[in-house]
Design a protein around this ligand. Structure first.
Ligand SMILES: [Zn+2]
Length: 315
């Protein structure tokens, strides 16, 4: 069985592993992204980590190397166009160095497209032709897979579901510079910001005593599960915004299935999925209101590695 070397470079963690052509993970190693800087050359450290992953899987040369990166990527040379979490990689062509180091073709893309492909081929979207993937974590990203291939658009920037504007007037400022984007409202940071605002506006003595600095989506989820009304309302609004975002995606793309992943969506699946499915079924065009399944990711923590391997298989 051919093995692909998979490198999943995230903003906080980096994983390397060997994945077979049918999606089985043979080895996996993880380090914090900041540890790539030990020794002063992050690319050299990444290559060492890749070699260790190959050794852990038996040491056979890989059929290809695939890499997912935390930002927009020029895919020809695997050059990150913007890399706020790992500035050393910004503008640095990775393809040649990876091909030389591992003696095989290299391919890569942003992490959302990798995860979309992984879920479409081996996860919750398996068996479907048209798969929309959304990830809700610190931000909101996504990918579109059509007949087993990522739909990338003219400039490789498709699938930015997080930057559809849901509140054109008075919405919160988004990192993209716009206001009222889905990401600014319903990402982990957006949820915490809305909870902070709700807490500040609540009548004296009725809001939970959250510390404003440590408030995260997880804290709001725990409060909602304990029955706090303000926290429940924050999650209800989150389901409304995400449901609208997904209904828009369904109206535009007519997919077979929508797969929802990311730490925030999976961590609060109990609070989100029932209400957002209801929002989607109310807000979709009647002709599209057939039951498009909205499913949680099936690949768990390995989704990024399997995604990187899928990108290598695409070449
Ligand atoms: Zn935005």
């Amino acid at each position: 069985m051919k093995g692909y070397l998979a490198l999943d470079v995230g903003g906080t963690k980096v994983a390397a592993g060997v994945v077979t052509g049918d999606g089985a993970v043979l080895s996996r190693l993880r380090i914090p992204t900041r540890d790539l800087r030990i020794g002063g050359n992050p690319l050299a450290r990444l290559i060492v980590l890749g070699q260790e992953a190959l050794d852990a899987a038996g040491g056979r040369p890989p059929a290809g190397v695939g890499i997912t990166l935390p930002g927009p990527v020029d895919r020809r040379e695997l050059r990150m166009r913007a890399a706020p979490t790992i500035p050393e990689f910004e503008g640095l062509p990775l393809a040649g160095a990876l091909e030389d180091a591992f003696g095989c073709p290299a391919a890569g893309d942003n992490d959302a497209n990798g995860c979309a492909l992984a879920e479409a081929r081996f996860g919750a979207g398996r068996g479907y032709s048209h798969v929309v993937y959304l990830t809700v974590s610190t931000g909101i990203g996504g990918g579109i897979v059509v007949d087993g291939r990522v739909f990338r658009g003219a400039a490789g920037a498709s699938g930015e579901f997080g930057h559809q504007v849901l509140l054109p007037e008075g919405g919160p400022l988004c990192d993209c510079g716009n206001t009222g984007c889905l990401e600014a409202l319903a990402s982990g940071r957006g949820i915490a910001a809305r909870a902070r605002l709700a807490q500040a506006n609540a009548p004296e003595g009725t809001a939970p005593r959250w510390s404003r600095a440590d408030l995260t989506a997880e804290v709001v989820a725990e409060a909602a599960r304990a029955g706090d009304l303000l926290a429940l309302r924050v999650w209800q609004e989150t389901a409304l915004y995400l449901g609208l975002g997904i209904a828009n995606a369904i109206n535009i793309l007519d997919p077979d299935v929508v797969v929802l992943g990311g730490g925030v969506a999976t961590g609060a699946a109990d609070l989100l999925f029932p209400s957002l499915r209801e929002v989607v079924s109310r807000r979709c065009m009647p002709s599209l209101r057939r039951s498009v399944p909205i499913l949680p990711t099936a690949l768990g923590a390995d989704v990024g590695l399997i995604g990187a391997a899928c990108l290598a298989m695409e070449t």
